[in-house]
Design a protein around this ligand. Structure first.
Ligand SMILES: Nc1ncnc2c1ncn2[C@@H]1O[C@H](COP(=O)(O)OP(=O)(O)O)[C@@H](O)[C@H]1O
Ligand SMILES: [Mg+2]
Length: 236
């Protein structure tokens, strides 16, 4: 195989990044370098408070670095303005531990709402909602309210909502933190399916079993930096 022509493009590139939270004396991240190639599926691990969510916040444009550089899909977002943040949101979808579904809207409306605020027209919205619910195995729950679904199902809706945007990158911050093992595996399998279809995935997780099962490249965050790189062996 020749690598001569195509040095794989970085989907996510952080160089020398420092992030100090407002009011905090010490930076959470300092001198952080992190690269995720286009089409990769990478896991971030590290103790609680090590800065995993901060990294997700920086990659999604929700937080800003106080030093260093951040490039997402080749574009500099180190100090991103409001306009560019909206554009970034369409190309980089985030899934959180707490699902964050709108409680008074149906499952279908939850997905459609995200599409609407991102400028997708009505007909296309309906098509994408159908497709996304099909993908996560919940086409029959379209008219249900979030509270009528189990935690695992709600997280699958959050995945569907992300997928419907057809993002280039999915960031998932402890997406299985509230789920039992079986549902956790289901979410990781869905992320893996999306990755195989070409989406770059960066997931934070303290669950080594999930990371090991899929043989993901794993970066451990400690003292504000990436400390170890390893590829967990698939299978056991
Ligand atoms: N909004 C915030 N304001 C002040 N400190 C914060 C904020 N968010 C996170 N931190 C601090 O930054 C550190 C890293 O937090 P976080 O990125 O959430 O870690 P992790 O996701 O690995 O548990 C912690 O010490 C946390 O208290
Ligand atoms: Mg976190």
């Amino acid at each position: 195989m020749s690598t001569q022509h195509s040095r794989t493009r970085a989907a996510i590139l952080l160089e020398g990044v420092r992030r100090t939270h407002p009011g905090a004396g010490q930076p959470t991240l300092d001198g952080l370098d992190l690269r995720v190639d286009d089409g990769e599926f990478v896991a971030l691990t590290g103790e609680s408070g090590s800065g995993k969510s901060t990294i997700i916040g920086l990659c999604s444009g929700r937080q800003q670095a106080d030093a260093g550089n951040i490039r997402i899909l080749g574009r500099d977002i180190t100090r991103i303005g409001a306009n560019r943040r909206a554009e970034l949101r369409r190309r980089v979808a985030t899934i959180f531990q707490e699902y964050e579904l709108l409680p008074d809207r149906t499952i279908g409306e939850n997905i459609a709402f995200t599409l609407e605020i991102n400028g997708i027209p009505g007909e296309e919205r309906r098509r994408r909602v159908d497709e996304a619910l099909e993908l996560v195995g919940l086409p029959s729950r379209r008219e249900a309210l979030p509270e009528q679904l189990s935690g695992g199902e709600q997280q699958r809706v959050a995945v569907a909502r992300a997928v419907a945007l057809r993002p280039s990158i999915i960031l998932a911050d402890e997406p299985t933190g509230n789920l039992d093992e079986e549902n956790g595996e289901l979410i990781f399998d869905l992320l893996s399916t999306l990755n195989q279809a070409g989406t770059t995935v960066l997931v934070t997780s303290h669950d080594v079993n999930l990371v090991t099962r899929l043989g993901l490249r794993t970066l451990r965050i400690h003292d504000g930096r990436v400390r170890t790189y390893r590829r967990h062996q698939a299978g056991r």
